[in-house]
Design a protein around this ligand. Structure first.
Ligand SMILES: NC(=O)c1ccc[n+]([C@@H]2O[C@H](COP(=O)([O-])OP(=O)(O)OC[C@H]3O[C@@H](n4cnc5c(N)ncnc54)[C@H](O)[C@@H]3O)[C@@H](O)[C@H]2O)c1
Length: 381
């Protein structure tokens, strides 16, 4: 090689080496400067997206790693507004892969997790329960193991497990679920979540891991995949399709606006006592048929036409369909002190309005178009 070329080559090597070292230094500095480094599993799903959109602007000194393998229910385009934030990154990762989870926690020096990743649809669990066992039970066990290893490395680790009121089974016409209500899950989904809750509890009792568990009632609000009741009804009503309601429509659920759930998660994550569980609910019981009728009435009011409630069709009931869920949330209301801030009237109108204003989002979910978002944004990274 001629001398001039060799000198250019050496200078080029030197400059690139310097840039790499600077980058490493900056990454290292950023890592040590963050007050907390939190993995949010299932961050591309309905509640996870809402949670990240709420927490990121609120805690600029925290670093958030969104851990999600993007099943049909994961939609990264929900997070467009935060994806370029310095304190956010996305890891496409399957929690069923134990070594990938451990590696991710070590690489990002994770010190806490808010665990939402799950298979979450009861009907799908009836069709194929084994995926629910793998994701919801084995996936949670993998995260608990990775949490223990991280605690060994950095001395502390908080594990917040996000669960459901469905673990308690079904209520009659009266009564409420409290934190000590015995577990009686009736669907494979509920049973897999119950199993995960037990594992989380056992890792606290056996290994002293700092855990908190929250059991929440039905959520509603923006970004919910349109296989679930409210967005499904809005989409079908918009398209002139029948509005299916299971059985006699008298099954009662306790509905909570998703942003209120996220505020409760924020509070319990920061102030919940280790080893405790907290029930979260909206004090807002409504029968499925009344809910669907209400959504139809709001749509009639906003769009004209109708009455859309005439499109309701009763269909064969879901096997093992729980009759009534209702939460007594007095524990979390007392300590750490949380109350829902969005009334049902306000929340359901905002929700119907959001889906009507975001028809493209709904259409992309229906067509599968949203699945291309990851490749577009992250495919070449
Ligand atoms: N939606 C509700 O009304 C409700 C109520 C109480 C509790 N919960 C619980 O809250 C959590 C979130 O519920 P949601 O309604 O947002 O669910 P969702 O189905 O909308 O989202 C689940 C997310 O988890 C991801 N995921 C699934 N399997 C994964 C895997 N193996 N590895 C990594 N990521 C995976 C999906 O891609 C998706 O982004 C769940 O644990 C659920 O049990 C939900």
């Amino acid at each position: 090689m001629p001398v001039a070329h060799r000198r250019d080559f050496i200078l080029w090597m030197f400059r690139n080496g310097l840039i790499t070292l600077m980058k490493l230094y900056m990454t290292r500095r950023a890592m040590t400067n963050h007050e907390r480094r939190i993995a949010i599993t299932g961050g591309a799903g309905f509640i996870g997206s809402n949670l990240l959109l709420q927490l990121l602007p609120k805690y600029p000194s925290y670093f958030f790693v969104n851990v999600d393998c993007l099943t049909y229910a994961g939609n990264l385009s929900n997070l467009r507004s935060i994806e370029s934030c310095d304190n956010y990154t996305f890891e496409k990762l399957d929690i069923r892969d134990r070594s990938a989870v451990a590696d991710c926690f070590e690489r990002h020096r994770i010190d806490s997790v808010i665990h939402l990743a799950a298979e979450s649809h009861v009907d799908r669990s009836i069709d194929g329960p084994m995926l629910f066992v793998q994701t919801n039970v084995v996936g949670t066990a993998n995260l608990l193991e990775a949490a223990l290893r991280q605690r060994e490395r950095i001395g502390q680790f908080r594990f917040h497990h996000v669960s459901t009121d469905e673990v308690y089974g079904s209520l009659g016409d009266t009564g409420y679920f409290i934190e000590t209500t015995p577990y009686r899950p009736n669907s494979p989904y509920a049973a897999s979540k119950a199993a995960a809750d037990h594992l989380v509890r056992a890792y606290h009792r056996t290994y002293g891991l700092d855990v908190v568990t929250t059991n929440c009632s039905n959520n509603y609000g923006p970004y919910q995949f349109p296989e679930k009741l409210i967005p499904l009804v809005i989409r079908n009503a918009r398209e002139g399709l029948p509005l299916p309601v299971y059985g006699d429509g008298k099954n009662v659920r306790d509905w909570l606006y998703v942003e209120d759930h996220c505020r409760a998660l924020d509070l319990v994550f920061h102030r919940g006592s280790a080893g405790e569980t907290y029930n979260i609910g909206g004090h807002n019981e409504i029968a499925n048929i009344d809910l669907v009728t209400l959504v139809c009435n709001i749509m009639d009011e906003l769009l004209g036409g109708g009455p859309r409630r005439d499109m309701i069709e009763f269909v064969a009931d879901r096997p093992g369909h729980d009759r009534r869920y209702a939460i007594d949330a007095s524990k979390i209301e007392k300590e750490p002190g949380w109350m829902p801030s969005v009334s049902f009237e306000e929340g359901i109108r905002a929700t119907v309005g959001w889906y009507l204003d975001n028809e493209q989002w709904l259409a992309e979910c229906a067509s599968g178009e949203y699945l291309k978002y990851y490749d577009k944004m992250y495919g070449n990274r």
